[in-house]
Design a protein. Structure first.
Length: 505
């Protein structure tokens, strides 16, 4: 007897349809074989599936059993094939009607008692099922909320193998999971640090506001204790909520790695890897390529504290993703592309001891060690960072003052208004913020006054601006104009943007 069951796996962030073919031979020595490039977890599924079927009150076939996972040339990884294999075995023996399986897709890991456990990559497989016009998907109860972000497909949360068999045989009815509306969820934004609690540092706060409004990369440099890390930690509190398409993109990435706890990702990611992180940990990769920190920061923030302490090879690997908004990982078996449209926040000290330029504490570093320290951050990498701000020590009067600074909520309102202006500007494009504009987009959307153009011409000659720096200044100026609700880029917007370029030392 032969039975066919639909299932799925993921390659990169995309789902791939897998057909599970189960054949129960009438004669032959009892055996259980799985073919189709399965990994160790799938090979061990034999014992899990066999025990789960027996504990559900059914019998395994006392003959030769062969399971083929097609297409056979795609490597199959993970335990999500336990459920479709079990359903195929039961259908091949006649315990389940085969006709009921054609328009359904099954994923899930089985425990020995027949209960279903959570599996990664659910939302990618659910989107695949919708694309292939499959009517229903059966998955573990813990994955149902995540999958419910996808509309137009019946999502059935399953607690155990027994419940699923009874449902397929129409003895009980399992209600499908209703789709989730994200309109009321995106406003529930937890604030860990507030700008009102940070004394002084008005210039750095202004730069962070511009960075949030236009998704511009930012580098804060200053002495220890000036507040660089605290400013960056408070940065998520001024970011606008994610839109539904962004929530889907980010949730897919976290789902692939099994990092989702409450169904989906609502708030913008804020990743802060330690400076001992490897290149693969930051960029992504491995034998079976998986997303790294830059992809986990997609549509959010990647905060690199102690920026020069990262190995130079790790930092240099950021250059291409910062430009392209994606990273392609190539292996002998093929290449996988992960999205990486993130905002880079970097914080560094001016020298190894940290006190170079401090008004009261002397620096004890040798000139050679200072040069070596700064060489870890190459010119091409720093040129890709839009905003560079020096963070001085906080003045005594401001530090002891009881007057609170401007709150994150007030800054966030201005950021949201600037984003709304950009949303209208880029309504018929794939661009979301000014930081994503290409050279062609700048010529199309940015309107400079004659005075602003003349100032830019002077800056090119006097500051020796590169072509990249020139266009970045225009993008920053456009964001400043949006914050001021101005339709044109005025000369004072350009002059402010020029203040944030990297200083020659």
């Amino acid at each position: 007897m032969l039975a066919k069951v639909n299932s799925g796996t993921t390659i990169g962030l995309d789902g791939v349809l897998i057909e599970i073919e189960v054949d129960v031979a009438g004669k032959g020595f009892p055996s259980f074989t799985i073919v189709g490039l399965p990994d160790k977890a799938i090979d061990e599924a034999k014992d899990r599936v066999k025990t789960a079927i027996c504990n559900a009150g059914y019998e395994m076939p006392d003959s030769r059993l062969t399971v083929n996972m097609a297409p056979a040339d795609i490597p199959k990884v993970g335990s999500s094939f336990d459920l479709p294999i079990a359903i195929g075995i039961l259908a091949a023996q006649g315990f389940i009607e085969k006709e009921d399986l054609k328009n359904n897709l099954f994923i899930g890991e089985l425990s020995l008692e027949g209960k279903l456990r959570k599996v990664p990559g659910t939302i990618s497989i659910t989107l695949l099922a919708k694309k292939k016009k499959i009517k229903s998907i059966f998955l573990p109860l813990e994955n149902a909320q995540e999958a419910s972000l996808t509309e137009g497909i019946n999502i059935f949360p399953i607690y155990s193998l027994t419940d699923l068999i009874l449902h397929l045989n129409k003895k009980i009815i399992i209600k499908p999971q209703p789709p989730i509306s994200l309109k009321n969820l995106t406003d529930n934004f937890p604030v860990e640090f507030d700008f009102a609690e940070i004394k002084g540092q008005e210039q750095a706060k202004r730069a962070l506001e511009i960075a949030a409004a236009g998704m511009h990369n930012l580098h804060l440099k200053g002495v220890p204790g000036a507040g660089k890390t605290l400013l960056c930690r408070a940065f998520p509190s001024i970011l606008p909520s994610m839109e539904k398409d962004e929530i889907l993109e980010v949730t897919k990435i976290y789902s692939i790695l099994g990092l989702i706890e409450k169904g989906f990702i609502i708030n913008r990611p804020f990743r802060s890897p330690h400076h001992t992180t490897s290149r693969i940990g930051l960029i992504g990769g491995g034998t079976n390529p998986s997303p790294g920190e830059i992809s986990l920061s997609h549509r959010g923030v990647l905060f690199l504290d102690e920026f020069p302490e990262f190995p130079r090879s790790v930092l240099e690997s950021l250059r291409q993703p910062l430009e392209d908004g994606k990273v392609t990982i190539s292996r002998a078996s093929g290449s996988v592309t992960f999205p990486a449209r993130f905002l880079l926040l970097a914080a560094s000290n001016p020298c190894p001891c940290g006190y170079l330029g401090h008004p009261k504490k002397p620096c004890h570093c040798l000139p050679g060690s200072i040069i070596k320290y700064r060489k870890r951050m190459s010119g091409p990498l720093l040129d890709r960072i839009d905003l560079h701000v020096d963070v001085p020590p906080v003045e005594e009067e401001k530090l002891t003052s009881k007057v609170n600074a401007e709150s994150s909520e007030a800054i966030r309102k201005r950021v949201i208004q600037a984003r709304q202006i950009q949303q209208k500007r880029f309504i018929n494009t794939k661009i979301k913020t000014n930081g994503e504009m290409s050279t062609r987009d700048i010529h199309k959307f940015c309107i400079l006054t004659n005075e602003a153009t003349n100032l830019l011409k002077q800056a090119i000659s006097k500051l020796s601006l590169s072509a990249r720096s020139y266009f970045k200044i225009i993008k920053i100026s456009q964001t400043i104009a949006d914050l001021n609700n101005s339709k044109k880029i005025e000369v004072h917007y350009v002059s402010e943007a020029l203040q944030y370029r990297v200083k020659e030392e």
